[in-house]
Ligand binder design. Sequence first.
Ligand code: AQP
Length: 332
Amino acid sequence: MNRIFSGIQPTGNLHLGNYLGAIRNWVALQHDYECIFCIVDLHALTLPQEPDALRHATREVTAAYIAAGIDTEHCIIFNQSMVTAHAELAWLLGCLTPLGWLNRMTQFKEKAGKQRDLAGLGLYAYPVLMAADILAYKATHVPVGEDQKQHLELARDIAGAFNRRYERDFFPLPEPQIFGEATRVMSLRDGTKKMSKSDTSDYSRINMTDDADAIALKIRRAKTDPEPLPETVEALEARPEADNLVGIYAALTNATREAALVQFAGQNFSTFKEALSGVSVDVLGKIGGEMRRLMADPGHIDAILHRGAERAAAIAMPVLDEVKEITGLLRP
Ligand code: AQP
């Protein structure tokens, strides 16, 4: 059976983009693959984190996976730092990764901003750790949002570099799986910017734990333009905010943008936003409620993570051992 690996950073404020771009697709795919879903806490450390907040966010992401419908019996759910193979393999792969490849990564440029010299080595090396996450399980498929496409291409390049260097077909080249009408959910305040956990404005995103009132208020306040909704998808191209909201509506109703426009063409945003609030509350309300219920019992969440880490290590550690053998490292 093909194997999926994917993950989310526990950096707080899980949002609709994480749900539509990642978690929801995992739920749909989980019974067609062997699945490993990680809470990538080592990735979170590439930017400063407050320790208690990191622990809380790690449990909250776990709760989100379960509340959204990931089956913990079938799938492996664990936090990255519990399986040491990720960090060890990242070093071994980093030694094969030319700086030129990392210099092309747009996420580093965006996150490091103008003060690039002050950014940490971890932020720069993030894509190598991501490659290690995937390759430690010889994963064949990686369902992600569109923003991670470049990192996934790099993971394929690194896998290819290892295979060439040691002249064997050891790592499969992982395939990205990017689908749905909301592969890149944009900020509610600026349709040209990705919806993000770290945006300082809470009005830029719908959090998975927002209640019905908060969701409705944020959608009411979402930036739009003065024109009514158009008849064609092409007419949305020059209207990023309208395009984003129509894409979200389509994704939440399992429809296409075309179908959403058949329903709303010619109508003004207030009518459309009301419908969008309704479907958002329908989908996220239940998940948020279940997340809160799960978070009331952190011991149960920790037990799921421990069990998941054991199952994950049973796959990753033998792969790491083989890599060490191939690489020429003596082992105990
Ligand atoms: N806006 C988005 N639209 C669609 N998919 C998205 N993803 C994130 N944002 C969107 C997908 O969610 C998964 C987990 O991402 P992550 O949290 O590990 O890292 P990120 O992409 O850096 O997410 P954020 O929200 O922007 O976090 P911060 O602000 O902490 O950097 C991935 O599959 C991603 O594609």
